[in-house]
Design a protein around this ligand. Structure first.
Ligand code: ZN
Length: 126
């Protein structure tokens, strides 16, 4: 996830997270249709194709990640509007500092609140 975001910097990177329960086991980098350093979007056809493929494998859609190449890992106004699905976790990878800052958020009611996330070594996310 962080590697993908670094690769596409200075543009925002994005992708989908799948797994079971609260454990994300699969990270699928997606093309940022906006090709923008300050926003992202995922083409719905591409999203549906990946969803089908993962669900066949018995995985659930757990979240969405995107990067902030030069800003902190705090949701922008646009992010807040987009992060409205209570069943998903939204992860922001900030590359503003030398050490990437990865933070998760979930929607509770109409509030976006920080979520506790634990990063596993890369091997377990392959
Ligand atoms: Zn954002």
């Amino acid at each position: 996830m962080v590697d993908h975001c670094k690769e596409v910097k200075p543009l925002e990177g994005c992708g989908l997270l799948f797994g079971k329960g609260e454990v994300i086991t699969t990270v699928i980098p997606m093309v940022n249709e906006n090709h923008s350093p300050v926003s992202f979007s995922i083409r719905s056809e591409a999203l549906e194709a990946v969803m089908k493929e993962r669900m066949v494998r018995g995985e659930q859609w757990l979240g969405v990640f995107h990067s902030h190449p030069t800003a902190p890992a705090i949701p922008s106004e646009t992010d807040r509007l987009m992060m409205d699905d209570e069943s998903l976790c939204y992860i922001i990878v900030s590359l503003a500092l030398r050490q990437p800052d990865v933070r998760g958020y979930v929607t509770e009611g109409s509030q976006l609140v920080p979520a506790r996330i634990t990063l596993q070594p890369k091997e377990s996310l392959s």
